[in-house]
Design a protein around this ligand. Structure first.
Ligand code: MEV
Length: 298
């Protein structure tokens, strides 16, 4: 069975596309997939009831991504890949990367190809490029490898260690967004006003470096403050919506140590850091029926 995790970016989204470091965690929720030889190539995605045929010049990203994935295996029989997706799409939890990682993992298994999770992450970048145009690579890396890690484009993941688990709550705003469009919007802002946007990236990099120390020291009060500050900078890049702001404020008022949007923004998800497990469950109630707890050990 192939598996790709969902991911949550703790700090550093968008800046990571432009070479800054980011910290992310892999979550248990993700995509499972199986592959077997068949009469024709087909990718089935449930619960959406989709049956995708590969087409390198197709109008749907999934058609092109599936074609790009199959092209990685020049000598192979026709394959049917069936994937079960447990993540909301367009919500900033790395759904597209998780599908790519799970599909390639399943194909590897069907063809008895051995490779490490790091190699799998690298292979899945061809898939992610179809969806996101200019991905940093953080989504496929976290989807394949998991844990808590610092990522910088072009460098190996740096796992972070701590003896204190992170009690995260993930809330969904109900608004979906396109990562490709949000990344393009930041790129346009950078082109129009490089001084302002580079300052924002530099500030985010400082937050990420401090967050690494806070995670390693188990200082979740400091980590929460850094999440709040990162949210403010992402707001200044016009990535937050009023719904995401409201959810972050509600989480803080209900006892979260910090809260921020996560992923591409423009909708999607937010995260809140709870002091303890029981408080995480309470925050879930505050953040609505789609909210869930992810307990992550570094
Ligand atoms: C998307 O999950 C994170 C972004 O930083 C894009 C990327 O890193 O490829 C917005």
């Amino acid at each position: 069975m192939g598996f790709g995790r969902g991911k949550v970016i703790l700090l550093g989204e968008h800046a990571v596309v432009h070479g800054c470091p980011a910290i992310a965690v892999g979550i248990e929720r993700g995509v499972t997939a199986s592959a077997s030889t068949a009469e024709r190539n087909i990718l089935r995605l449930s619960p959406w009831g989709l049956a995708i045929e590969p087409d390198p010049s197709g109008g749907e990203p999934l058609e092109r991504a599936f074609a790009a994935a199959l092209a990685l295996y020049p000598e192979r029989p026709a394959l049917e890949v069936s994937a079960e997706v447990e993540l909301p799409a367009g919500a900033g939890l790395g759904c597209s990367a998780a599908i790519g990682v799970a599909a390639l993992d399943a194909i590897d298994e069907a063809l008895s190809i051995q490779r490490s999770r790091t190699e799998l992450a690298e292979a899945a970048l061809v898939w992610e490029r179809i969806f996101h145009g200019n991905p940093s690579g953080i989504d496929n890396a976290m989807s394949a490898v998991g844990g808590v890690a610092l990522y910088r484009k072009g460098e190996p993941l740096q796992p972070l260690r701590s003896n204190k688990p992170l009690h995260l709550v993930i809330g969904y705003s109900g608004e979906s967004s396109s990562t490709k469009e949000m990344v393009a919007s930041v790129a346009r802002q950078l082109e129009d006003d490089p001084k302002r946007v580079n300052k924002a990236f530099e500030a985010i990099e400082v937050l990420v470096r401090n967050a690494k120390l806070a995670i390693e020291a188990g200082d979740h009060i400091a980590l929460g403050q850094l999440l709040d500050l990162n949210h403010t900078i992402l707001s200044s890049l016009m990535l937050c919506t009023s719904k995401l702001d409201e959810m972050c404020q509600a989480a803080r008022a209900a006892g979260a140590l910090g809260a921020k949007m996560t992923g591409a923004g423009g909708g999607g998800c937010m995260i809140a850091l709870a002091p303890k497990q029981d408080q995480a469950l309470r925050l879930c109630e505050v953040l609505g029926q789609d909210a869930f707890v992810a307990e992550v050990s570094a």
